[in-house]
Design a protein around this ligand. Structure first.
Ligand SMILES: Nc1ncnc2c1ncn2[C@@H]1O[C@H](COP(=O)(O)OP(=O)(O)OP(=O)(O)O)[C@@H](O)[C@H]1O
Ligand SMILES: [Mg+2]
Length: 279
Protein backbone atom coordinates (compact mmCIF):
# COMPACT_ATOMS: atom_id res chain seq x y z
CA UNK A 1 0.00 0.00 0.00
CA UNK A 2 1.31 3.38 -0.92
CA UNK A 3 0.01 6.32 1.03
CA UNK A 4 0.44 10.03 0.58
CA UNK A 5 -0.94 11.67 3.65
CA UNK A 6 -0.63 15.35 4.31
CA UNK A 7 2.20 16.20 6.61
CA UNK A 8 0.89 17.27 10.00
CA UNK A 9 3.86 16.44 12.15
CA UNK A 10 5.00 19.23 14.50
CA UNK A 11 8.64 20.34 14.23
CA UNK A 12 10.99 17.83 15.84
CA UNK A 13 12.70 18.73 19.10
CA UNK A 14 16.01 19.27 17.28
CA UNK A 15 14.48 21.94 15.06
CA UNK A 16 15.62 25.54 15.43
CA UNK A 17 13.54 27.35 18.04
CA UNK A 18 11.67 30.02 16.12
CA UNK A 19 11.52 30.50 12.40
CA UNK A 20 12.04 34.02 11.09
CA UNK A 21 8.83 35.49 9.66
CA UNK A 22 10.50 35.78 6.25
CA UNK A 23 10.91 32.05 5.96
CA UNK A 24 8.82 30.15 3.49
CA UNK A 25 6.73 27.14 4.33
CA UNK A 26 6.29 25.13 1.17
CA UNK A 27 3.29 22.87 0.81
CA UNK A 28 2.92 20.36 -1.99
CA UNK A 29 -0.64 19.14 -2.33
CA UNK A 30 -1.47 16.04 -4.28
CA UNK A 31 1.27 16.48 -6.87
CA UNK A 32 1.19 14.14 -9.85
CA UNK A 33 3.66 14.44 -12.72
CA UNK A 34 4.01 13.04 -16.21
CA UNK A 35 6.56 12.95 -19.00
CA UNK A 36 4.34 12.46 -22.02
CA UNK A 37 2.09 9.51 -21.11
CA UNK A 38 4.48 8.24 -18.45
CA UNK A 39 3.25 9.10 -14.97
CA UNK A 40 6.19 9.45 -12.60
CA UNK A 41 4.62 10.92 -9.44
CA UNK A 42 1.26 10.06 -7.95
CA UNK A 43 -0.52 12.44 -5.56
CA UNK A 44 2.45 13.43 -3.44
CA UNK A 45 1.60 15.70 -0.51
CA UNK A 46 4.26 17.11 1.76
CA UNK A 47 4.71 20.20 3.91
CA UNK A 48 8.25 21.50 4.10
CA UNK A 49 8.34 23.63 7.21
CA UNK A 50 9.98 27.02 7.52
CA UNK A 51 13.17 26.87 9.55
CA UNK A 52 13.73 23.18 8.94
CA UNK A 53 15.70 20.98 6.62
CA UNK A 54 13.52 18.40 4.85
CA UNK A 55 15.38 15.48 3.27
CA UNK A 56 13.90 13.57 0.33
CA UNK A 57 15.22 10.03 0.13
CA UNK A 58 14.46 7.01 -2.02
CA UNK A 59 15.90 4.79 -4.76
CA UNK A 60 16.97 6.07 -8.16
CA UNK A 61 14.09 6.91 -10.51
CA UNK A 62 11.40 7.36 -7.84
CA UNK A 63 10.79 11.00 -8.78
CA UNK A 64 12.73 13.01 -6.20
CA UNK A 65 14.32 15.38 -8.73
CA UNK A 66 11.04 15.72 -10.60
CA UNK A 67 9.30 16.65 -7.35
CA UNK A 68 12.03 19.19 -6.56
CA UNK A 69 11.75 20.75 -10.02
CA UNK A 70 8.00 21.11 -9.54
CA UNK A 71 8.67 23.07 -6.35
CA UNK A 72 10.34 25.89 -8.27
CA UNK A 73 8.58 25.64 -11.61
CA UNK A 74 11.41 24.10 -13.55
CA UNK A 75 9.45 20.97 -14.47
CA UNK A 76 7.27 22.91 -16.89
CA UNK A 77 10.35 23.85 -18.97
CA UNK A 78 10.63 20.25 -20.18
CA UNK A 79 8.54 20.05 -23.37
CA UNK A 80 6.78 16.71 -22.66
CA UNK A 81 6.24 17.42 -18.96
CA UNK A 82 2.92 18.06 -17.24
CA UNK A 83 1.66 18.07 -13.68
CA UNK A 84 -1.38 18.20 -11.44
CA UNK A 85 -1.79 19.41 -7.88
CA UNK A 86 -0.80 22.53 -6.01
CA UNK A 87 2.33 24.10 -4.59
CA UNK A 88 1.77 26.74 -1.92
CA UNK A 89 4.46 29.06 -0.59
CA UNK A 90 3.23 30.46 2.71
CA UNK A 91 -0.27 29.63 1.60
CA UNK A 92 -0.01 31.30 -1.82
CA UNK A 93 -0.23 29.33 -5.03
CA UNK A 94 3.20 29.22 -6.71
CA UNK A 95 1.44 28.42 -9.98
CA UNK A 96 -1.16 31.20 -9.80
CA UNK A 97 -1.61 32.76 -13.21
CA UNK A 98 -0.84 36.23 -11.83
CA UNK A 99 2.51 35.10 -10.45
CA UNK A 100 5.45 35.39 -12.79
CA UNK A 101 7.62 32.33 -13.22
CA UNK A 102 10.76 34.38 -12.47
CA UNK A 103 9.19 35.44 -9.19
CA UNK A 104 8.58 31.81 -8.25
CA UNK A 105 12.21 30.95 -9.02
CA UNK A 106 13.50 33.97 -7.11
CA UNK A 107 11.66 32.84 -3.99
CA UNK A 108 12.53 29.17 -4.39
CA UNK A 109 16.20 28.77 -5.36
CA UNK A 110 17.92 25.61 -6.52
CA UNK A 111 21.41 24.11 -6.17
CA UNK A 112 22.20 21.21 -8.47
CA UNK A 113 24.11 17.96 -8.16
CA UNK A 114 27.00 19.14 -10.30
CA UNK A 115 28.46 22.50 -9.28
CA UNK A 116 27.71 24.85 -12.17
CA UNK A 117 29.40 28.22 -11.66
CA UNK A 118 30.21 30.19 -14.81
CA UNK A 119 33.81 28.96 -15.15
CA UNK A 120 35.37 32.03 -16.80
CA UNK A 121 33.43 34.53 -14.68
CA UNK A 122 35.05 35.86 -11.50
CA UNK A 123 34.07 34.58 -8.07
CA UNK A 124 32.66 38.06 -7.37
CA UNK A 125 30.55 38.15 -10.52
CA UNK A 126 29.43 34.55 -10.10
CA UNK A 127 28.04 35.42 -6.69
CA UNK A 128 25.97 38.22 -8.21
CA UNK A 129 25.03 36.43 -11.43
CA UNK A 130 21.48 35.72 -10.27
CA UNK A 131 20.79 39.40 -9.62
CA UNK A 132 21.38 40.29 -13.25
CA UNK A 133 19.01 37.59 -14.36
CA UNK A 134 16.28 38.89 -12.09
CA UNK A 135 16.92 42.50 -13.16
CA UNK A 136 17.85 43.80 -9.68
CA UNK A 137 20.16 46.84 -9.67
CA UNK A 138 22.52 47.69 -6.83
CA UNK A 139 25.31 50.21 -6.15
CA UNK A 140 28.94 49.10 -6.04
CA UNK A 141 29.06 49.29 -2.24
CA UNK A 142 25.82 47.30 -1.92
CA UNK A 143 27.18 44.70 -4.29
CA UNK A 144 30.44 44.41 -2.33
CA UNK A 145 28.49 43.93 0.88
CA UNK A 146 26.22 41.37 -0.70
CA UNK A 147 29.15 39.37 -2.10
CA UNK A 148 30.78 39.24 1.33
CA UNK A 149 27.52 38.40 3.07
CA UNK A 150 26.58 35.57 0.71
CA UNK A 151 30.05 34.06 0.52
CA UNK A 152 30.20 34.17 4.32
CA UNK A 153 26.84 32.45 4.64
CA UNK A 154 27.92 29.83 2.12
CA UNK A 155 31.04 29.20 4.21
CA UNK A 156 33.43 30.29 1.46
CA UNK A 157 34.42 33.88 2.28
CA UNK A 158 37.62 33.16 4.21
CA UNK A 159 38.91 30.94 1.44
CA UNK A 160 38.31 33.39 -1.41
CA UNK A 161 38.30 36.93 -0.02
CA UNK A 162 41.82 37.57 -1.36
CA UNK A 163 40.99 36.38 -4.87
CA UNK A 164 37.51 37.54 -5.67
CA UNK A 165 38.58 38.37 -9.23
CA UNK A 166 39.84 34.83 -9.89
CA UNK A 167 37.60 32.74 -12.15
CA UNK A 168 34.96 30.50 -10.56
CA UNK A 169 36.34 27.59 -12.54
CA UNK A 170 39.63 27.83 -10.61
CA UNK A 171 38.00 26.68 -7.37
CA UNK A 172 37.85 23.08 -6.12
CA UNK A 173 34.61 21.14 -6.61
CA UNK A 174 33.52 21.71 -3.02
CA UNK A 175 34.33 25.41 -3.24
CA UNK A 176 32.45 25.66 -6.55
CA UNK A 177 29.40 24.11 -4.90
CA UNK A 178 29.59 26.63 -2.04
CA UNK A 179 29.94 29.38 -4.67
CA UNK A 180 26.71 28.11 -6.25
CA UNK A 181 25.05 28.24 -2.83
CA UNK A 182 26.28 31.84 -2.42
CA UNK A 183 24.89 32.68 -5.87
CA UNK A 184 21.51 31.23 -4.88
CA UNK A 185 21.48 33.18 -1.63
CA UNK A 186 22.22 36.51 -3.33
CA UNK A 187 18.70 36.72 -4.70
CA UNK A 188 17.38 36.12 -1.17
CA UNK A 189 15.25 33.06 -1.72
CA UNK A 190 12.89 31.95 1.00
CA UNK A 191 13.38 28.31 0.14
CA UNK A 192 16.52 26.60 -1.13
CA UNK A 193 16.19 23.30 -2.98
CA UNK A 194 19.31 21.13 -3.17
CA UNK A 195 19.45 18.10 -5.45
CA UNK A 196 22.21 15.79 -4.21
CA UNK A 197 24.51 18.78 -3.66
CA UNK A 198 27.36 16.68 -2.27
CA UNK A 199 27.31 13.64 -4.53
CA UNK A 200 30.28 14.89 -6.59
CA UNK A 201 32.28 15.97 -3.53
CA UNK A 202 34.92 14.48 -1.24
CA UNK A 203 34.10 13.84 2.45
CA UNK A 204 35.73 17.05 3.68
CA UNK A 205 33.83 19.25 1.22
CA UNK A 206 30.67 17.31 2.02
CA UNK A 207 31.11 18.07 5.71
CA UNK A 208 31.66 21.73 4.90
CA UNK A 209 28.42 21.89 2.89
CA UNK A 210 26.56 20.14 5.69
CA UNK A 211 27.83 22.76 8.15
CA UNK A 212 26.70 25.44 5.73
CA UNK A 213 23.22 23.87 5.56
CA UNK A 214 23.01 23.82 9.37
CA UNK A 215 23.87 27.53 9.49
CA UNK A 216 21.57 28.55 6.64
CA UNK A 217 18.43 26.91 7.94
CA UNK A 218 17.90 29.78 10.37
CA UNK A 219 17.29 32.00 7.32
CA UNK A 220 16.07 29.83 4.51
CA UNK A 221 13.88 26.74 4.39
CA UNK A 222 15.88 23.88 2.91
CA UNK A 223 14.78 20.81 0.95
CA UNK A 224 17.59 18.42 0.10
CA UNK A 225 17.65 15.23 -1.98
CA UNK A 226 20.30 12.79 -0.84
CA UNK A 227 21.23 9.16 -1.38
CA UNK A 228 23.42 9.28 1.68
CA UNK A 229 21.44 8.08 4.69
CA UNK A 230 24.04 9.35 7.15
CA UNK A 231 23.76 12.74 5.54
CA UNK A 232 19.96 12.71 5.77
CA UNK A 233 20.25 11.77 9.45
CA UNK A 234 22.85 14.47 10.12
CA UNK A 235 21.32 17.44 8.32
CA UNK A 236 17.55 17.05 8.24
CA UNK A 237 14.75 17.61 10.73
CA UNK A 238 12.09 16.01 8.57
CA UNK A 239 12.44 13.22 6.08
CA UNK A 240 10.23 11.86 3.29
CA UNK A 241 10.77 8.44 1.73
CA UNK A 242 9.81 8.20 -1.95
CA UNK A 243 9.33 4.91 -3.75
CA UNK A 244 8.21 3.83 -7.23
CA UNK A 245 7.39 0.16 -6.88
CA UNK A 246 7.10 -2.28 -9.77
CA UNK A 247 6.79 0.36 -12.44
CA UNK A 248 4.18 2.40 -10.56
CA UNK A 249 4.61 6.19 -10.28
CA UNK A 250 6.66 7.54 -7.37
CA UNK A 251 4.82 8.24 -4.12
CA UNK A 252 5.70 9.00 -0.52
CA UNK A 253 5.65 5.82 1.56
CA UNK A 254 6.32 7.57 4.85
CA UNK A 255 7.43 10.92 6.19
CA UNK A 256 7.99 12.54 9.54
CA UNK A 257 10.69 13.69 11.94
CA UNK A 258 14.02 12.30 10.77
CA UNK A 259 14.81 10.61 14.04
CA UNK A 260 11.54 8.68 13.98
CA UNK A 261 12.04 7.73 10.33
CA UNK A 262 15.41 6.21 11.16
CA UNK A 263 14.73 4.80 14.62
CA UNK A 264 11.06 3.81 14.46
CA UNK A 265 9.91 3.61 10.84
CA UNK A 266 6.27 2.57 10.50
CA UNK A 267 6.61 0.90 7.13
CA UNK A 268 8.93 -2.11 6.60
CA UNK A 269 10.00 -0.67 3.25
CA UNK A 270 11.25 2.48 4.98
CA UNK A 271 13.13 0.35 7.46
CA UNK A 272 14.72 -1.69 4.68
CA UNK A 273 15.71 1.42 2.77
CA UNK A 274 17.18 3.45 5.62
CA UNK A 275 19.13 0.39 6.75
CA UNK A 276 20.58 -0.05 3.28
CA UNK A 277 18.79 -3.29 2.44
CA UNK A 278 17.75 -2.04 -1.00
CA UNK A 279 18.07 0.92 -3.36
N1 LIG B 1 13.28 14.81 -18.94
C1 LIG B 1 12.68 13.63 -18.78
N2 LIG B 1 12.00 13.06 -19.78
C2 LIG B 1 11.37 11.87 -19.63
N3 LIG B 1 11.37 11.16 -18.48
C3 LIG B 1 12.04 11.67 -17.44
C4 LIG B 1 12.73 12.93 -17.52
N4 LIG B 1 13.30 13.18 -16.33
C5 LIG B 1 12.98 12.14 -15.55
N5 LIG B 1 12.23 11.24 -16.19
C6 LIG B 1 11.68 9.99 -15.64
O1 LIG B 1 10.95 10.32 -14.46
C7 LIG B 1 11.17 9.33 -13.45
C8 LIG B 1 11.67 10.02 -12.20
O2 LIG B 1 12.95 10.59 -12.46
P1 LIG B 1 13.71 11.51 -11.42
O3 LIG B 1 14.91 12.04 -12.11
O4 LIG B 1 12.75 12.47 -10.84
O5 LIG B 1 14.11 10.44 -10.29
P2 LIG B 1 15.09 10.59 -9.05
O6 LIG B 1 14.36 10.02 -7.88
O7 LIG B 1 15.58 11.96 -8.95
O8 LIG B 1 16.28 9.60 -9.42
P3 LIG B 1 17.85 9.70 -9.06
O9 LIG B 1 17.95 9.28 -7.63
O10 LIG B 1 18.49 8.72 -9.97
O11 LIG B 1 18.31 11.10 -9.32
C9 LIG B 1 12.13 8.31 -14.05
O12 LIG B 1 11.36 7.24 -14.52
C10 LIG B 1 12.77 9.06 -15.18
O13 LIG B 1 13.15 8.17 -16.19
MG1 LIG C 1 17.47 12.86 -9.07
Amino acid sequence: MTTSVDHQVPPSSSAPAAASPDLGTLQARSISAWFGEHKVLDRVSLTMNAGEVTALIGPSGCGKSTFLRILNRMHELIPSASLAGEVLLDGEDLYASARRITDARRQVGMVFQKPNPFPAMSIYDNTLAGLKLTGVRASRATRDDLVEECLTKAGLWKEVRDRLRAPGGALSGGQQQRLCIARSLAIRPRVLLMDEPCSALDPTSTRRIEETIAELVAEVTIVIVTHNMQQAARVSHQCAFFLAEHGTPGAIVEHGPTEAMFERPQDPRTSDYVHGRFG
